[in-house]
Design a protein around this ligand. Structure first.
Ligand SMILES: [Fe+2]
Length: 352
């Protein structure tokens, strides 16, 4: 017997007095909306494949710097609102918020912490730095910087030109949990020492001896310099057959697990002219072009993207990538919600 009925009863089929009696008691019947909440076979994401071009975002972001002083914005960010979710939801995908933030010379974001976890990837500009729990993290182009949930952080800009970075947060998730909030704190005293990527975790495969058998804090490393990630990708490319993914994940050096409990970060390299079908999985994802010119096909929708552009890919969407240059490599940064899906036991990877 087939238990899946093709068409469930609708609200309109029910007598008006019955609907009113239910509404008056804050009751709703499940069956008219059940398929929307629990579709059969596969999810039906609201998130649409979408592209944001940095060439279009940048002038609007710089104009925000003229229109709105930092005191009136607190965070001068343009949010990438996925058209499937509308302009008010601050969704790039169902779980991932992405925006680009502008900081002008001398501006600061005072020390604060919040329940959403954040990562930033520097898009352009020199002289910006973030302080997380007293650790001073320089921000150079392509650097990945974590500000995990409830960790104190503040931003500064000691350079001369605009600094723009990509912010990605698990904000939609925290909003859905009704657990999103922030608190302000007093200015941190930043240590003068270089950050952990240059000291305690200078090289993959080496950790401080004293951390063996101990329980290091959950976030031992907060910054991944792009020059090292890029060099690691190039070295991996030398030993990876063409057509196989040159793809590295950012992980916690003490545990080998993803660096945040909810969001995962990885970097991809496409060699000149290379095409790649990513293994389809259940995670939603956002791609940011760090360098190069690529063509992406997300669930059948094609995009041409270049430096600093951003592409949203819904959960379960097949993604194909191609490097449009026959001479130069292309590099992409990927954000996904696979860690969250793994933790709640729903992550799936499908055949090509
Ligand atoms: Fe923040």
């Amino acid at each position: 017997m087939n238990l899946v009925t093709p068409a469930l009863g609708t609200l309109e089929e029910l007598p008006a007095d019955y609907r009113e009696a239910m509404a008056a008691r804050n009751l709703v019947p499940l069956w008219p909306s059940m398929r929307a909440f629990l579709p059969h076979g596969a999810p039906r994401p609201q998130t649409r494949p979408a592209l944001w071009r940095y060439a279009e975002v940048r002038p609007l972001l710089l104009r925000a710097g003229e229109l709105t002083p930092i005191e009136k914005a607190e965070r001068r960010v343009l949010v990438f609102a996925n058209p499937g979710h509308g302009l008010d939801g601050l969704h790039c995908t169902g779980t991932i918020y992405v925006g680009m933030q502008l900081i002008l010379p001398g501006e600061t974001a005072p020390s604060h912490r919040h329940t959403p976890a954040a990562v930033r990837l520097v898009v352009e500009g020199e002289g910006g730095f973030t302080v997380v729990n007293g650790e001073r993290l320089p921000m150079r182009r392509g650097d990945l910087i974590l500000t995990p949930a409830l960790q104190w952080h503040e931003h500064h800009h000691a350079g001369t030109g605009p600094v723009v970075w990509l912010d990605a947060l698990d904000l939609p998730l925290l909003v859905a949990m009704e657990a999103s909030y922030a608190v302000e704190g007093t200015r941190q005293t930043a240590r003068a020492a270089p950050d952990a990527s240059a000291t305690r975790y200078r090289r993959a495969g080496l950790v401080p001896f004293a951390s063996l058998g101990a329980r290091p804090g959950p976030y031992p490393l907060l910054r991944w310099p792009w020059e090292e990630v890029r060099a690691a990708l190039e070295a991996l490319a030398d030993d990876t057959p063409r057509g196989a993914a040159v793809h590295l994940a950012y992980v916690n050096p003490e545990t080998g697990e993803e660096c945040l409990p909810t969001l995962g970060f990885s970097a991809l390299m496409l060699r000149p002219g290379e095409e790649l079908a990513l293994p389809r999985d259940s995670a939603s994802a956002v791609f940011h072009v760090v360098e190069g010119r690529i063509q992406a096909e997300v669930a059948g929708t094609g995009f041409d993207a270049e430096d600093a552009d951003v592409i949203a890919a819904p959960a379960h969407a097949p993604v194909r990538l191609a490097n449009r240059s026959a001479a130069e490599p292309a590099f992409l940064f990927r954000i996904d919600d696979a860690p969250l899906q793994r933790r709640i036991g729903i992550y799936e990877r499908f055949g090509a």
